[in-house]
Write a protein that binds this ligand. Sequence first.
Ligand SMILES: Nc1ncnc2c1ncn2[C@@H]1O[C@H](COP(=O)(O)OP(=O)(O)O)[C@@H](O)[C@H]1O
Ligand SMILES: [Mg+2]
Length: 312
Amino acid sequence: MSLLEIKDLKIHYPIRGGFFNRVVDHVYAVDGVSMVVEEGKTYGLIGESGSGKTTIGKTIVGLEKATGGEILYNGENILDPKVRKKLEYNKDVQMIFQDSMSSLDPKKRVLDILAEPIRNFDNLNEEEELQRIYELLDIVGMPKDSIYKYPHEFSGGQRQRIGVARAVACKPKLIVADEPVSALDLSVQAQVLNYLKNIQKELNLSYIFISHDLGVIKHMCDYIYIMHRGRFTETGNRQDIYGDPQHIYTKRLIASIPQINPKLRDELRKNRELVDKEYETYYNDYYDESGRVYPLRQLSDTHFVAQKKGGK
Ligand SMILES: Nc1ncnc2c1ncn2[C@@H]1O[C@H](COP(=O)(O)OP(=O)(O)O)[C@@H](O)[C@H]1O
Ligand SMILES: [Mg+2]
């Protein structure tokens, strides 16, 4: 059985305006997305800023309310807070944020930061608790004496590793990682990504990995979900998305990956021009009257792409 099943999830925010401050319209931040999360796999959510990635992530961990749809865990809908509590969902599903400076309490020492989830969810005595905290520091490569320090005493990369340690403190099953390395230098990014991969193997964790960086997504993910204006334009495995992109928006994303090899640069620039031309010419085939992408249709066992006008 799958770990998590997201069905037709919608999150709409009201826009108020006018003299009476009535609801005049809605932001369709997330507008009918479905996905299945299996154990031990990584799912990438990618798309430009404002496409709805963080809103999906926050809704999965219960930080945001859904307007419609279901998120099933052990067959029950965790959008109901009572169900979340009953299933120990808040222990099993954790989130890592981009900005560890604001997500770690600056007034707490690492000891207390890491002890908090353990006290909330596990019943350990003092000695076992300290043992667990040392283990956690060890799996993210931080020295034991980190427990006496405060978040500001670490570098960005070290802080993010402490954020990872906190997220895995109670052996979760799923972690939503929202741009976990976007604020870090390239060399440090690779290090944090490797810790995430190692921990995944050890705990058989699943990740929902949010990023706008196609390189990072390719490195980390088994399945990729391209988000655009609150919907998926295309979903598939690495080969489907990077080797055989179908939707014009996916093609544009892939064509925009910077090329380091100078020999390939010319070729890529030409490709980009072709894709841009295709986008201008066929725009109306890919978007409905209100500018939104059409529902997905299946191309293969793994590959789905948004339909074109007229259901093609
Ligand atoms: N609390 C909110 N109220 C109103 N609009 C919101 C709120 N949170 C997010 N949005 C809007 O929803 C859309 C999706 O935002 P977000 O999920 O943060 O995108 P992403 O993470 O892909 O950059 C954006 O248009 C954003 O402005
Ligand atoms: Mg975001």
